[in-house]
Design a binder for this molecule. Structure first.
Ligand code: 13P
Length: 267
């Protein structure tokens, strides 16, 4: 796997100056009729997406149908989870190559709901992260502090620890690209977004940690998304921050008008 010298494989730049990356995480919400209405609306509007890259992440069962509807549109498909093995006796799991087969280009790794409700720890997340990249899927690594961690001023340390626990520069130099989503747990689904200033402060910190690991150039090319109560009314202010390269959107990604307003703020 690491046969090439460390600097021999170049990274495909996908970061600053290339438009925002806006990802809709549908979570466990899907029905065939609602999904197709939503996706057809997104596909119809996609001519106005400009430089924004738009990704929707349906539940596994809805991915194949979404791929069909979005075929020929610039909208990409993501998954919400992945297993790290290629195949075998892993009841209930889905492998990276199975996701590739149904048109998946991105996968969310380490969402706080998976960390807290499904016991996903750093070791598991690390395996998922590299397995996705090895299959040509861009992982979106989610990080974020809890309410009490923020109240105690621990947010920077917590999020830096989460990032360093998964990122291994040796592996990444060889596999390709990834994105990072800062999602403070207290902002998810609460209607209480981090302020643009709070988000920018954390993104700046994440960028400097990435620069410390990989150097400035690589760090500039990594897209840093903000997630947590992003809406049509706060997206523009968030996107105006220097180190906010896009958004990971939950609730608003199931509402056509809201999601399209967020995308419009990022074009
Ligand atoms: P909300 O946008 O509903 O707060 O959810 C954020 C999130 O968890 C996206 O992954």
């Amino acid at each position: 796997m690491l046969a090439l010298p460390l600097k021999a494989v170049s990274i495909v730049p996908m970061g600053i100056g290339k438009g925002k990356l806006i990802v809709g995480n549908w979570k466990m919400n899907s029905s065939p009729a609602a999904d197709s209405a939503l996706l057809e609306c997104f596909a119809k509007s996609s001519a106005s997406f400009g430089t924004a890259t738009v990704v929707v992440c349906p539940p596994f069962t809805a991915i194949a149908a979404a791929s069909k509807i979005l075929a020929g549109s610039p909208i990409s498909i993501g998954a919400q989870n992945v297993h790290w093995e290629a195949s075998g006796p892993f009841t209930g799991e889905i492998s990276p190559s199975m996701l590739r087969d149904v048109g998946v280009d991105y996968v969310i790794v380490g969402h706080s709901e998976r960390r807290s409700a499904f016991g996903e720890n750093d070791a598991i997340l690390s395996k998922k992260f590299y397995a996705a990249m090895a299959s040509g899927i861009t992982p979106i690594l989610c990080l974020g502090e809890s309410q009490s961690e923020r109240e105690n001023g621990l947010q920077s340390a917590v999020v830096e620890r989460q990032l360093r626990a998964v990122i291994d520069p040796q592996k990444i130099e060889h596999f390709g690209n990834f994105a990072v989503a800062y999602e403070p747990v207290w902002a998810i689904g609460t209607g209480k977004s981090a302020t643009a200033e709070e988000a920018q402060t954390m993104h700046r910190h994440l960028r400097s940690v990435l620069a410390d690991i990989f150097g400035e150039k690589f760090a500039e090319d990594i897209r840093l998304l903000y997630g947590g109560s992003v809406s049509g009314s706060n997206a523009a202010e968030l996107f105006a921050q220097k180190d906010i390269d896009g958004a990971l959107v939950g609730g608003a990604s199931r509402k056509a008008d809201e999601f399209l307003a967020i995308v419009a703020s990022g074009t």
